[in-house]
Design a protein around this ligand. Structure first.
Ligand code: NAD
Ligand code: UD1
Length: 339
């Protein structure tokens, strides 16, 4: 298949580009570089040996999106493009609704006009809201506690409604737990701009000496060591999950819309991640325990059985590999991508 990867210059998108090409697919990227650097393309081409067309524009530009579908023979779309910072989404809600919903509208309209019937959408475990108890199953009701989360809930609903009204359209809603790690080459990885919001990139920047110490948000959760528990999943396992979901849609034309959790099904505490990273990197990771972060849940992890039974996909890589691969990327690229 020739797959359009929206947001393909970003963290998860770039890793999925590698997995798609490794599985024999062709890739076209569209990205506006609002949260990525153009230098990722040379890394992707070196890694895959493929020439990858990249269209640099904002998907909300309906004319350009239309032209892209007219010019490139697209068979399927994986839609990563979006803004993703929870805290920022509460400060700039209109930007989040406009970007995340607007890009989806333009994309789905162009798909309909050009007869493209397969869409894999980046959703998040955040759609389980705050009332669910782990492990989370896909049939739990969805809700959210912040504008970012609402954009995911809304996009899932919008895509479900459109799929119901459009014969032949197929949509996979992939709900990621906590993606971390990097490609094992260490040449591509997560490159957050400014102070990282998420745990693993923050730890990596402490280990490499860019930041003094980690603040562990909360040491009094009802968990074995008092720190919060998450389901960390290696980004290359996640990438493979996208390839499987795409292929599954092709094998199951009767499926119009379906949600799958992509997680390991196992929880790891903040302090366990700190320890695993210190072991993998051979560097100390100084930390201090501070107040809880508002809105954080104590324990989240996936029930990952649906993806295993239906897609035949399971996350394979351990927390040790996640840390080792993050460290390989971070130590070889202490300031992230050049440019
Ligand atoms: P990312 O910011 O690295 O990648 C998103 C890419 O989309 C960026 O390269 C950005 O420049 C591009 N983009 C944003 N808006 C665009 C627009 N309007 N037009 C064209 N390009 C645009 O983020 P990521 O971590 O790779 O996440 C990818 C997707 O997965 C996002 O939708 C995110 O919400 C979702 N997700 C991420 C996580 C996570 O922990 N990283 C967890 C759950 C869900
Ligand atoms: C966060 C988002 C979630 C989003 C996910 C992936 C919030 C409230 N939730 O999830 O919506 O889908 O990222 O992008 O922002 N931690 C520290 N110190 C730090 C950073 C994090 O102790 O400097 C802790 C957090 O309290 C949490 C764990 O590490 O317990 C993981 O945090 P993070 O990587 O931000 O992911 P989530 O909070 O699970």
């Amino acid at each position: 298949m020739r797959v359009l990867v929206s947001g393909g210059a970003g963290y998860i998108g770039s890793h999925t580009v590698v997995a798609l090409i490794a599985s024999g697919h062709e890739v076209v990227i569209v990205d506006n570089f609002s949260n990525a650097k153009p230098t990722v393309l040379a890394r992707l081409e070196a890694l895959t040996g493929a020439s990858i067309p990249l269209h640099a524009f904002d998907l909300r530009d309906a004319d350009k999106t239309e032209r892209l579908f007219a010019d490139e023979a697209i068979d399927a779309v994986i839609h990563f493009a979006g803004l993703k910072a929870v805290g920022e989404s509460s400060e700039r809600p209109l930007d989040y609704y406009d970007n995340n919903l607007g890009s989806t509208f333009a994309l789905v309209r162009a798909m309909a006009r050009h007869g493209v019937h397969r869409l894999v959408f980046s959703s998040s475990a955040t759609v389980y809201g705050e009332s669910a108890t782990a492990p989370f199953t896909e049939d739990l009701p969805t809700s959210a506690t912040n504008p970012y989360g609402w954009t995911k809930v809304m996009q899932e609903q919008i895509l479900t409604d459109i799929a119901a009204a459009t014969p032949g359209l197929q949509v996979a809603l992939l709900r990621y737990f906590n993606p971390v790690g990097a490609h094992e080459s260490g040449t591509i990885g997560e490159d957050p701009q400014g102070i990282p919001n998420n745990l693993m990139p923050f730890i990596a920047q402490v280990a490499v000496g860019r930041r003094e110490r980690l603040s562990v948000f909360g040491g009094d959760y009802p968990t074995p060591d008092g720190t919060a528990v998450r389901d960390y999943i290696h980004v290359m396992d996640l990438a493979d999950g996208h390839v499987r979901a795409l292929e599954y849609l092709g094998e199951h034309p009767e499926v119009a819309v379906r949600a799958w959790n992509l997680g390991t099904g196992e929880g790891t505490s903040v302090l366990q991640v700190v320890e695993a990273f210190a072991d993998a990197s051979g560097r100390p990771v100084p930390y201090e325990i501070v107040a809880r972060r508002p809105e954080d849940l104590a324990v989240t992890y996936a029930d990952a059985t649906r993806a295993e039974t239906e897609l035949g996909w399971r996350a394979e890589r351990t927390i040790e590999q996640m840390c080792a691969d993050t460290w390989r990327w971070q130590s070889a690229n202490p300031q992230g991508y050049p440019g």
